[in-house]
Design a protein around this ligand. Structure first.
Ligand code: HSE
Length: 442
């Protein structure tokens, strides 16, 4: 018996050809033969919609039709799949919806589009019997979407911890390793091409929240309102907090956190102290990592480049291979990605969460200060795990407290009393601690 192998050509239309699009073109040029040998599909970019068709491109585009009218690409009967790479949530949404209604599968790297409109887009995709693939939307080249959707499909997801923003991880790493100030290192990340056009999306945590929303929605099968995610960025992180954390055995990482918590879920994005010995603490520079814990498999972790041209292109092209195979085998919607599992009741408010805390206070160097602070914390049922007081040649004294597990509502109650004490000079700096690998916080 012989197997008739027929090489299927898949005609691709790109909407947008900036950093990622150029990477996709290069990846297909370099590895199309490898992909063809591996999967019997020939990926071929036939049309690219860009705003400036006169712009000189870094690649040979002689066999590609360039247009400044994306509608012609989306509506062309000669294109099998649309790759949306323009970003944003208005034009991108319109093109994606039109492509889906035309029965074309879509590959997108657009995390904000999915975080805000995933519900509608996946409903329209289902109505039209086509797929949306979105591996590049979370953690760049790290195949976390496929892992959650397929590799871990036998599991109930208990916890996800993600370092999901390359820009923030790069900034925090440089601050820690080289003592560089926040502002200087942000400019470096922009020059390296990691940062969003509007870098506040990175540093204020919203990009991580969009990605966390996608992961949580995938884990529990229904689109979560991104506005339900608590978001705090890294703008307020001071070098002294990074140094204090290091002295206490921690590193500070911006984490996207999803936790199943007694039939409810927690979803939050904030700078977090993690043990310096933990795997996540060792994720440096623009690298991303996602820790996923399933009820059956236990902990797993994926690591890789979370931003940049080639990493993102790798994920987009992997999605194109999936789409191509679906087309070859007439098997769209092979992996239904969003079907409510009815697996949680509510999203917990921050008042309801419990963790350990790092607190930095700036106080007058006078008798009885520590006792007054400890008394207020004690009255709120908050137990102090460690106290560090630094002797300085100044009349202000930094005090670093690390607490045992406490409820956030109780902590805030205590802090509201502490910050108005006559001996307290500045608003307290509070960072949350997660004991990820030793389950101390569970
Ligand atoms: N600005 C994003 C980051 C790009 O720094 O991770 C990848 O989504």
């Amino acid at each position: 018996m012989t197997f008739g192998i027929i090489m299927k050509k898949i005609r691709i239309g790109l909407i947008g050809c900036g950093t990622v699009g150029t990477g996709v073109v290069a990846c297909i040029k370099n590895n199309a033969a490898l992909i063809a040998a591996r999967c019997d599909v020939q990926l071929s970019i036939v049309a690219i919609a860009v705003s400036d068709i006169e712009k000189k491109r870094d690649f040979d585009a002689t066999s590609v039709v360039f247009t400044d009218n994306a509608d012609t690409v989306v509506n062309s009967p000669d294109i099998d799949v649309i790759v949306e790479l323009i970003g944003g949530t208005t034009d991108a949404k319109r093109y994606v919806l039109q492509a889906l209604k035309n029965g074309k599968p879509v590959v997108t790297a657009n995390k904000s589009l999915l975080a805000y409109h995933g519900d509608e887009l996946f409903r329209v995709a289902a109505e039209n019997g086509v797929d949306i693939y979105y591996e590049a939307s979370v953690a760049g080249g790290v195949p976390i979407i496929k892992s959650l959707r397929e590799g871990l499909s036998a599991n109930h997801v208990e916890r996800i911890y993600g370092i999901l923003n390359g820009t923030c991880n790069y900034i925090l790493t440089r601050m820690e390793n080289d003592g560089v100030d926040f502002g200087d290192v942000l400019r470096e990340a922009q020059d390296l091409g990691f940062a969003e056009a509007d870098p506040s999306l990175d540093i204020d945590g919203h990009d991580t929240a969009h990605k966390t929303c996608i992961l949580a929605s995938l884990a529990y099968g229904e689109w979560i309102d991104v506005d339900q995610i608590f978001v705090e960025g890294i703008r307020g992180i001071d070098l002294q907090d990074i140094r204090n954390a290091a002295r206490a055995g921690y590193k500070i990482k911006l984490l996207g956190i999803v936790k199943f918590d007694s039939s409810n879920i927690q979803m939050r994005v904030h700078p977090t102290l993690v043990s310096a010995d933990s795997l996540l603490a060792k994720v440096s520079d623009e690298f991303n990592a996602v820790w996923v814990e399933g009820d059956i498999v236990g902990p797993t972790m994926l690591y890789g480049r979370g931003a940049g041209q080639d990493a993102t292109a790798s994920a987009v092209v992997a999605d194109l291979v999936d789409v191509a195979l679906n087309i070859c085998f007439n098997s769209s919607r092979r992996v239904p990605p969003f079907r409510p599992h009815n697996s949680y009741n509510d999203v917990l408010s921050m008042d309801e969460i419990e963790c350990r805390y790092y607190i930095r206070l700036s106080v007058d160097d006078v008798p009885n200060v520590m006792a007054r602070i400890a008394q207020i914390l004690g009255e709120s049922g908050i137990s102090i795990a460690s106290v560090t007081q630094q002797e300085l040649a100044s009349d202000h004294l930094p005090i670093i407290l690390i607490t045992h597990t406490a409820k956030e509502v109780e902590l805030n109650r205590a802090l509201s009393k502490i910050e108005v004490l006559d001996v307290v000079r500045e608003a307290p700096v509070v960072l949350r601690i997660e004991d990820i690998e030793n389950d101390r916080d569970r």
